[in-house]
Write a protein that binds this ligand. Structure first.
Ligand SMILES: NC(=O)c1ccc[n+]([C@@H]2O[C@H](COP(=O)([O-])OP(=O)(O)OC[C@H]3O[C@@H](n4cnc5c(N)ncnc54)[C@H](OP(=O)(O)O)[C@@H]3O)[C@@H](O)[C@H]2O)c1
Length: 263
């Protein structure tokens, strides 16, 4: 653990476990990113932020004193190249938090092909490619921690979010396989699967659906802060686990316990 001395007279020790660390937050401009970034900087990390909304990203870079902000769609190779170059310029990359995602409610049969493919890209292909673009920096130093944010719907069946569920399940598979492959390089990969938390992502739900969702997860939606704190643990330099699916909150039974749908 690293600690730094507080400068004022109390001489109380403040825990700054991420002091000297460089951490990339992909999808930093969303609800979860807004909570995670201040936690990281308070813990001493230098952050490298990415998001599509340029103005919001600029404000976050300013507020957090980030090393850099890379604005744009990470589905673009040019944007991923800019991300890589920003991390390279920082001189090291200790951890990645990948929060990228997009949701769309509705019956699967009613989605256009383009909508279904968009959900697979945003929740699986783009996170995979974005992480891949940064891996050379971690492989070079044979160290690193990666936290991928999936969802409860990645392991729990979800009517109305079928393509999103499929992509988030794919992300769990990606994280587990990557953990195996990177184990000899001392790079730890874990996947977080939160239940629903308060975010504009839930704006598509009606009030009644939100109430039903909250009831399924013990009477309340999680806060983005609660989820961000779990990510912070998975980015800690003292982390020793890899290849794990870490659940935050719970909706119904685990996959092993699931009885399947009633016909
Ligand atoms: N909210 C929930 O209840 C819930 C539950 C379980 C899991 N999750 C997952 O948790 C993560 C964060 O959720 P959130 O509620 O914070 O969502 P959010 O507010 O919609 O944030 C999503 C983030 O991903 C970025 N993003 C999306 N597509 C991108 C692309 N192609 N290139 C670059 N950035 C892209 C967005 O950028 P811009 O905003 O700048 O466009 C934003 O920063 C997501 O992966 C979500 O699926 C959410």
């Amino acid at each position: 653990m690293r600690y730094t001395n507080r400068t004022h007279s109390s001489r109380q020790l403040i825990r700054r476990p991420l002091a000297g660390e460089v951490i990339a937050v992909l999808g930093a401009t969303g609800a979860l990113g807004q909570e995670l970034v201040p936690l990281l900087t308070r813990a001493g990390a230098t952050v490298l932020l990415s998001g599509r909304r340029r103005e919001r990203l600029g404000a976050m870079v300013e507020a957090s004193g980030a090393w850099a902000g890379v604005a744009g769609d990470l589905g673009s190779r040019a944007v991923r190249q800019r991300l890589y170059e920003a991390a390279l310029a920082a001189g090291r990359l200790d951890a990645i938090a990948c929060l990228i995602g997009e949701a769309q409610m509705g019956a699967f049969a009613g989605l256009s092909d383009a909508q279904a493919l968009r959900l697979l890209r945003a929740n699986l292909a783009i996170p995979m490619l974005a992480v891949k673009s940064l891996l050379p920096l971690m492989l070079r130093h044979k160290a690193g921690r990666i936290c991928l944010v999936s969802s409860v719907w990645g392991y729990q069946p979800a009517s109305g979010e079928v393509a999103y569920s499929a992509a988030k399940a794919g992300l769990i598979g990606f994280g587990r396989a990557l953990a195996e492959e990177l184990a000899p390089s001392q790079i730890l990969v874990n996947v977080l699967a939160p239940a629903a938390f308060v975010s504009p992502m839930l704006a598509q739900f009606s009030a009644a659906d939100l109430e039903a969702l909250a009831a399924r997860q013990g009477g309340h939606l999680l806060s983005a802060r609660t989820v961000a704190r779990r990510i912070l643990h998975l980015l800690d330099p003292d982390l020793r686990i890899s290849g794990r699916l870490v659940r935050v909150g719970r909706i119904g039974p685990t996959p092993e316990e699931s009885p399947g749908p009633t016909p």
